[in-house]
Ligand binder design. Sequence first.
Ligand SMILES: Cc1cc2nc3c(=O)[nH]c(=O)nc-3n(C[C@H](O)[C@H](O)[C@H](O)COP(=O)(O)OP(=O)(O)OC[C@H]3O[C@@H](n4cnc5c(N)ncnc54)[C@H](O)[C@@H]3O)c2cc1C
Length: 405
Amino acid sequence: MKPEVIIVGGGITGLSAARLLSRKGVPFLLLESEAVLGGRIQSENHDGFILDKGFQILNTAYPEWANHDINLNALSLKSFASGAKIFQNGKVHTLADPLREGPVAFQALFSKSVSIKDMLLILKLRSKLNKQNNTEVFGMKKETTLHFLQQFGFSQAFINAFFKPFYAGIFLESELKTPVSMFSFVFKAFADGTAALPANGMQQFIKLISSELNDENIHLSAKVTGVQSGSVTIEGGSVVSAPHIWVTTGTQSFQGLQRKEWKGNHNTSVLYFSADIAPKWGKFIGLNANEGGLVNHFCMPSAVQPGYSPEGKHLISSSLRPGLAYQAGMENLVVDELKKMNAIQHPIAFLKAISVPLALPELDSMRFEPELIQLQEGVIATGDFAAYPSANAAMHAGRLLLETL
Ligand SMILES: Cc1cc2nc3c(=O)[nH]c(=O)nc-3n(C[C@H](O)[C@H](O)[C@H](O)COP(=O)(O)OP(=O)(O)OC[C@H]3O[C@@H](n4cnc5c(N)ncnc54)[C@H](O)[C@@H]3O)c2cc1C
């Protein structure tokens, strides 16, 4: 059947649009340049370990789950602990949500970097953001996260020990220059929901979202080299026509996608290790609150989802400080650092490092509702780069595309 819509790109934006088209019975063709679907969300099997392409989580409070009628039970999500272990000067302190983790939450007060005032400010911030919806959050005054936190009254010691490494793991930049709207969206999502992993790795989310699609509507290894009103050109020269063309490739691929808010991309590298004896931090994310060093944060995906490692083994993931890209030999330095921090007491064996060069778009201003960018008559582009860097924005963008039909 002649397609009504051609979707260029098979990441979350393209796939969520395809799923909605398929449910409506609209004929479409999805063209993906890689041999697999998923875009920036991928997992690989490495000797029985599941390695996600970069440290990624799904937040159970994302509004788009409901908007897309996605059954999260199908992912068998399990959650990280609500909080973090702060590793500083050879000591470790737990900072957690008292409502969910109980008395351990207050243990951070024994750390020099966490004062009662900082803890009370966290509660005040939570209550302030609770009263705002996401549209209001993205309408906040344009300022950096760092400026906002300082003005809110948090101590610099607390910002350095908690906010910087924790949000560097999400923003993929450690100066907290990301707009406060993104910070507030993520803070709210952590307060309302939990950070979770699917049973079989992040790739399971891609499998779920593409499970209703017909293989004949999807062409893999089909790189689109040109888009024009009414048709696209695929590498090799073939041309496919449709009245509607939706470009969901991210910022790089086509002219007109590099908007003024887009400043480049953040990269990330994650190193995976196997352990015979599980470290003590369990389901908590560990933060390196020391100055300098290679490690930003670390966690144990197999403590959250046992399927991430083979029986009797544990999977440790350690992300490098933003801006650092993995180079051969760094794994030894990372192990030394984890030992020095007192994060590991037993040997761990290096499995693999994964670097993601174009992980997140760097945007100096963000919006909740993804922009639909009209490239030409009938050609619309959108994605997380047209809103804010999150799978929620990508799903939202996919949904908005349907409204243009
Ligand atoms: C390391 C990392 C950690 C992250 N952590 C989180 C997290 O914890 N929580 C969260 O919500 N989000 C997270 N994100 C962000 C989230 O993954 C993205 O927002 C989302 O996957 C973007 O989806 P997309 O479809 O818009 O773009 P992409 O996934 O980039 O998809 C674009 C697709 O287009 C294809 N393509 C490109 N050019 C062409 C062409 N010329 N022809 C055909 N196809 C083409 C690409 O191959 C790709 O498949 C993270 C991302 C990374 C990389």
